[in-house]
Design a binder for this molecule. Structure first.
Ligand SMILES: NC(=O)C1=CN([C@@H]2O[C@H](COP(=O)(O)OP(=O)(O)OC[C@H]3O[C@@H](n4cnc5c(N)ncnc54)[C@H](O)[C@@H]3O)[C@@H](O)[C@H]2O)C=CC1
Ligand SMILES: O=C(O)[C@@H]1CCC=N1
Length: 258
């Protein structure tokens, strides 16, 4: 059981808190400047505060504010060497964080599915500790990568949920166009993505072999796959990931210039 505080309880900080509460493994203090945000998160944590000094008492302080606020907040967040600053801010490098705090710094990139214990996260391998591994384990899965890979990880698993929501929506809309109700099509499309993801995670087959397993000879799937193979969908998705990666690098350059 680790005492955790989360500074910034918006979309990502809030999802992290809800996931941690569900796991029941840690105590959580929620800190935000917005009292409405704190009212909304209060049922999911042990304590709420608007004071950074209260958040600074935790063993692990999760910094979950927008990247451009990190530089302004860190000097006021007085942490000691025996504490951990767990930063989730996109594009903010470890060395910059270390220059503003005495705490041990661990930079990670989580995602919104932390709320449901299904987060995919990347943690910087040179700094991650067992204490942080236990926190990440409580809300999903994580990989450990060199810091140089944090920008691409940010694009794949941090921004990735938005890209997948887009694809689910496209599939659901196609179902509605074919006559399904919106509710049924949303359920079928989302559960199909969830089931396909579980299959990839659990199967030893390559993704190409899994596609082949769905394509019955002379069946329906191969007709749809021919359309996808002939299209630019793969390249366009690659460009979306590359654009998000480039923005993460740009945020790092901005942070360095501050
Ligand atoms: N939204 C997402 O899916 C993901 C976001 N992130 C990272 O998480 C961080 C937060 O992003 P979001 O949650 O999307 O932003 P958000 O805007 O939803 O939440 C930020 C929160 O910080 C609070 N805040 C602002 N100044 C503060 C201060 N001085 N003290 C305490 N709280 C303060 C705001 O009131 C707000 O509730 C960013 O650095 C982002 O890069 C990382 C992975 C995924
Ligand atoms: O869009 C963003 O900048 C944040 C970081 C990854 C997901 N959301």
């Amino acid at each position: 059981m680790t005492q955790i505080s989360v500074v910034g309880c918006g979309n990502m900080g809030g999802a992290f808190i809800k996931g941690l509460q569900e796991s029941g493994e840690h105590t959580v203090t929620a800190c935000d400047v917005d009292p409405d945000v704190l009212d909304a998160i209060a049922p999911y944590c042990d304590e709420t505060t608007t004071e950074l000094s209260v958040a600074a008492e935790a063993e692990v302080v999760v910094l979950a504010v927008k990247p451009d606020l990190v530089g302004a907040i860190l000097p006021d967040l007085e942490l000691d060497a025996d504490q951990t600053l767990l930063s989730i801010a996109a594009g903010v490098p470890t060395d910059l964080l270390e220059s503003e705090t005495d705490a041990r710094v661990v930079r990670i990139m989580p995602n919104l599915a932390a709320e449901y214990g299904m987060m995919a996260a990347a943690a910087t391998e040179s700094t991650v500790t067992d204490e942080v591994r236990a926190i990440l384990d409580a809300v999903g899965e994580f990989v450990e990568v060199p810091e140089a890979q944090m920008d691409i990880a940010t694009a794949v698993n941090g921004s990735g949920p938005a890209f997948v929501f887009y694809l689910i929506n496209a599939m659901a809309k196609a179902g509605v166009d074919g006559g399904l109700s919106e509710a049924d099509s949303r359920t079928l499309a989302a559960q199909t993505f969830k089931g396909a993801a579980e299959t990839v995670l659990n199967s030893e087959k390559s993704i190409e072999d899994l596609i082949e397993a769905v394509c019955s000879p002379n069946g329906t799937t191969i007709e749809g796959m021919e359309v996808l193979w002939d299209s630019d969908v793969e390249a366009e998705l690659g460009e979306a990931v590359a654009a998000a990666e480039e923005r993460s690098k740009e945020l790092a350059r901005d942070a360095d210039g501050e």
